[in-house]
Design a binder for this molecule. Structure first.
Ligand SMILES: C[C@H](C[C@H]1O[C@@H](n2cnc3c(N)ncnc32)[C@H](O)[C@@H]1O)NC(=O)c1cc(-c2ccc(F)cc2)cc(O)c1O
Ligand SMILES: [Mg+2]
Length: 214
């Protein structure tokens, strides 16, 4: 019977990456997606920008919206200080199941809480469920038309503090026009566009980094 793309990504990790070595997991997925089969991971080029933002922010609390197979989850978590926590939301059960195994292979399960469900349902529950006050860094990489409503929801739920960083993938391709319009024109944010390319391709894409001003 036919395997799914996430299952093939996990197989590539288990075949080519070293257990407990997050960077080898990232490399194995990038090799597979560049040479065998494209997949919607943030990828190696935008991944380097992500790494530099994570390193600069050095966050104690991270929220990721849209886990997919856990590529960016592992990439971010591998750079976090020991006490730091990353919560990642994924509503597709099949993708969540694969991501859990990729995260386990990387040896990062104790730093990562993967919550299976929709961001709109879970964002209002994160404070009570995980004892989180605010997030130092949010990585938006889920349905592109959810970036704006979920950002407003995070504001309303008091999950952002003065200085919280939002980093959004795919603001050009597939594109998040309403989110860009809002975040670039709101007096409550200071934004910066990092031009790059759609993962594993030559098409333009980029990351939008925004600081919440409170
Ligand atoms: C949306 C997906 C990523 C994952 O997000 C989960 N998800 C969704 N909505 C929610 C929610 N509301 N709550 C929790 N999880 C949620 C889902 O199940 C996927 O696993 N990402 C993309 O579609 C995506 C697509 C492309 C892309 C670009 C050019 C093309 F020609 C084709 C595709 C590139 C990228 O870089 C992406 O990131
Ligand atoms: Mg993406």
């Amino acid at each position: 019977t036919q395997t799914t793309r996430p299952q093939r990504i996990l197989a590539a990790v288990q075949k080519n990456a070293t257990r407990g070595d997050p960077r080898s997991v990232v490399k194995a997925i990038d090799q597979f997606c560049r040479h065998k089969e494209w997949a919607m991971n943030v990828g190696d080029e935008k991944g380097c920008i992500l790494d530099s933002v994570v390193t600069e922010v050095n966050p104690a609390t991270v929220l990721e919206l849209g886990t997919y197979c856990g590529y960016s989850t592992v990439r971010i978590a591998s750079l976090l200080p020991s006490h730091a926590k990353l919560i990642t939301l994924e509503f597709d059960p099949g993708n969540a199941a694969i991501a859990r195994q990729v995260i386990a292979w990387a040896g990062l399960a104790d730093k990562i809480q993967l919550v299976e469900g929709a961001s709109g349902d879970w964002i209002p529950k994160l404070k009570e469920k995980f004892g989180i006050e605010t997030f130092d860094l949010v990585f938006l990489d889920h349905w592109k038309d959810r970036y704006l409503p979920d950002t407003k929801l995070m504001e309303e739920c008091g999950l952002l503090r003065k200085g919280s960083i939002l980093l959004a993938d795919n603001v050009i391709c597939p594109g998040t026009p309403d989110y860009l319009e809002y975040i670039r024109n709101s007096p409550r944010y200071k934004s910066q566009y990092f031009k790059s390319h759609l993962e594993y391709t030559k098409a333009e894409d980029g990351l939008e980094k925004s600081v919440f001003l409170g």
